[in-house]
Ligand binder design. Sequence first.
Ligand code: ADP
Ligand code: ZN
Length: 433
Amino acid sequence: MIWNETMECMNREDMRKLQGIRLRQTVERVYHNCEPYRKRMQEKGVSPSDIQSIDDIVKLPFTSKKDLRDYYPFGLLSTPMSEIVRLHASSGTTGKPIVVGYTRGDLAIWDEVGARCFTAYGLGKQDVVQVSYGYGLFTGGLGAHGAVETIGGTVIPMSSGNTEKQIMLMRDFGAVGLACTPSYALYLADAMRDSNISRDEFSLKVGAFGAEPWTEAMRKELEAKLGIKAYDIYGLTEIIGPGVGHECECQNGTHLCEDHFYPEIIDPETGEPMPPGEMGELVFSTITKEGMPLLRFRTRDLTSLIYEKCECGRTSVRMNRILGRSDDMLIIRGVNVFPSQVESVICEIPELEPHYFIVVDRINNLDTFEIQVEVKEEFYSDEMTRLLDLRKHIVHRLQSVIGLSPDVKLVEPRSIERSQGKAKRVNDKRKLS
Ligand code: ADP
Ligand code: ZN
């Protein structure tokens, strides 16, 4: 099912025209209402009249997370504070959080794009959806919440944590949909297995998982463990929150709501646009938002875009799975390593649980690279020689995928800390020194 056929299935030429008009309006808005944007555009010698079509977007300056921090909390608003009806902030592990303000119109856009997501997952009026993303300043909970209400479904505003109650209500209220991070879904799946409640007492059919990178291998794992279809939902606070993009029944790329958020892929080193289809850093311009529009915001997320029409009928551009954030990339002994690569190897080995933790350190000027991974109950009690063989096999697979041989530590089932929100899978001790 498609929530907004006009927008989601528009032919590409009309879409580009519409994007051009909306970009021009947004540029006018920020130029006249937001001092930092005006200054930046003047420095670059661009004025709103230079933006005649969407192709002119490359003339505009970039914005970055740093700008949001520099103008903390409200310096990038393009409306008076009296028009702002909601604030959210991203967790930001260091220093000041990133704050965004929404007008009523912005909340309506958020509900609209969220409704497109949950409709694409096959959910509707008749469905109960448990929202187990955290509620609060984090956009996950309230974002998914608004989306479910907009499609007319029944939302259980569960938030994260309190696993026993999660499972009880999921069963008692007949939740068909579950919205949470993929790592928390995995945690819930294990807890459901251990709960003595049989699988057929649950009505769960669909997962809306996102807020952190996850792999195809993790999808298979979650679909098998929970007996559901697991769909991607993508978003970021700066742009609006979850709902910037979503998968459809084809599970073949994440459709972006490009009539609201215009995507580009640039070379992260030079800032130059990449040729269509190539991998690079994802950049978004919001072209309808009022409160805090962002022009050419550098997400740091690495991916590529697919412009062909999807088999589901939507023409909206699709994004391939996010490899990771450029700032999550580890450089170990000079080799670029993404946690998602480690995850895909771990998920393909049947003796392992998809729970892992990476520890990187520097000892005597040499990088150390350790991966702790849980072995399934039935194998952990195995003979020593079989465990040693398993270890060798993992090192060998990792070596061929990432080009490095980590020190693999096989650990007991359930010994790696579980996450109820975004997973923390890396401890890079080098950053501390
Ligand atoms: P924070 O920056 O504090 O983590 P956000 O919730 O705004 O707060 O995080 C947005 C980021 O989360 C995205 O830029 C991306 O890196 C990641 N993310 C969100 N959804 C997905 C997804 N479906 N797949 C991969 N990464 C995702
Ligand atoms: Zn599709």
